[in-house]
Every structure is written in structure tokens, then in C-alpha cells.
Design a protein around this ligand. Structure first.
Ligand SMILES: [Zn+2]
Length: 209
């Protein structure tokens, strides 16, 4: 078992999936000091993982804000149960990477913004789709596309997962094709961004001359 990296601070990590969590966290240096508790739970209302702020921590100082990533200890399959830690590493890393994307999103929001998020997420399928896209976008920007693809392909092709669950995933989450398109889009916007920066620097350079 790997020793937890010294840069992983303010985290509570279950030993059994420690390596996968640390690997996903390594893509998010901006979350190094963020308080995140990874916690196994028995039931998650049909989900496998969920990221949420600890409500009580939202009312104090911003730097004391805490988050939880709840992880269902097992998958309920149609005729059996599969412990989550037996899932392939890349699949699990992609899954955690997606949840960390949600935390990146929360981190940019005020307490009011988070309250609004919670409300709209509960009310609107369109809003859920938007929020899920934002989480995946953070993960793709941080080089996690191959892991996300592993996760999505795992879910969509898993013969033992219920059709209901697979349909929910297909209707609310980005598909593997969407991820590939997103990678291309971000590559392009990166170039665009660089062009803009270079153009701006040239203007400033001209002004100095
Ligand atoms: Zn999500």
C-alpha cells in the first residue's frame, strides 16, 4: 500500500481505496488544502458516489469549509453484489476524479451559490446535466479524460447493472463520445486562449516600444 503523499493534507481517506483516491487527488493541486472526507456509506439513493459540502461548515469562515465524498461500499447488481474496491483502478480513479470536479465547482461558489445549486439540482434535469458537464470538464482539463472514459464505459457496458441505472446515467451524464468531443473542444480553446495571451502581450510590447 502506498504511503499517503505528504501533499495530501486535510483529507480523510479509507485505507482500502487509498491509492485510487490519492491518484485522483494528484490531478487537482488546487484541492491540496481543501478539507475532504471520503466516506463509505450503505445507501446513496441509487447513486454510487456523491460529493457534497458539509452544511454546518458553510456558515463559518470560508477556509474551514468541508466537503464529503460519499461512496457506496457496494454495487447492487441484478443478481449479486460487487464491492466497490474490487472495481478496476482506472474506473475508480475516473469516478473519484468526477466527484472532485464537483468540489472544484463548489469551491467557486459562495454559500448562497451552493444553496442555489442544491435547490436547482433537485428541481431541474437540465440543471443536473449542466452540473455533471461542469464536473467532467474540470476532470478533462486536468488530464483525466482516459479515466473518465474508463468509468463511463464500465457503467454503460456493465451487464450486471440495472437498466434503470444505466438509463439514468445515459440521460443525465456525458457519454464517452461527449468526453472525446470535450477533449477536442478544450484543446482548441487552449490554443485559442494562448493565441489571445500572445496577441495581448504583443500589444503591450508595442506600447512599451
Ligand atoms: Zn456527478
Amino acid at each position: 500500500m502506498a504511503i499517503i503523499d505528504a501533499t495530501v493534507t486535510n483529507k480523510e481517506i479509507p485505507h482500502i481505496i487509498q491509492e485510487q483516491i490519492v491518484s485522483a487527488l494528484s490531478h487537482y493541486p488546487e484541492l491540496t488544502d481543501t478539507h475532504i472526507r471520503f466516506k463509505f456509506t450503505r445507501s446513496l439513493g441509487g447513486s454510487i458516489m456523491a460529493a457534497r459540502p458539509v452544511v454546518a461548515s458553510l456558515f463559518g469562515d470560508r477556509k474551514n469549509r468541508q466537503y464529503e465524498i460519499l461512496i457506496s461500499a457496494v454495487f447492487k447488481l441484478s443478481d449479486s453484489i460487487e464491492p466497490i474496491h474490487q472495481v478496476e483502478d482506472d474506473v475508480l480513479i475516473g469516478w473519484i476524479g468526477h466527484e472532485l470536479g464537483h468540489i472544484m465547482d463548489y469551491e467557486q461558489r459562495s454559500t448562497m451559490g451552493i444553496a442555489r445549486f442544491g435547490l436547482l439540482y433537485g428541481l431541474s434535469k437540465r440543471y443536473i446535466r449542466k452540473a455533471e458537464r461542469v464536473a467532467d470538464t474540470f476532470a478533462v482539463q486536468r488530464g483525466m479524460a482516459p479515466y473518465l472514459l474508463a468509468t463511463k464505459n464500465f457503467i454503460l457496458t456493465h451487464s450486471g447493472l440495472s437498466e434503470k441505472y444505466k438509463n439514468k446515467i445515459a440521460s443525465l451524464y456525458l457519454s464517452p463520445d461527449d468526453i472525446v468531443a470535450l477533449v477536442e473542444e478544450l484543446k482548441h480553446s487552449d490554443k485559442e486562449e494562448k493565441r489571445k495571451v500572445i496577441a495581448e502581450e504583443e500589444v503591450i510590447g508595442d506600447e512599451i516600444k
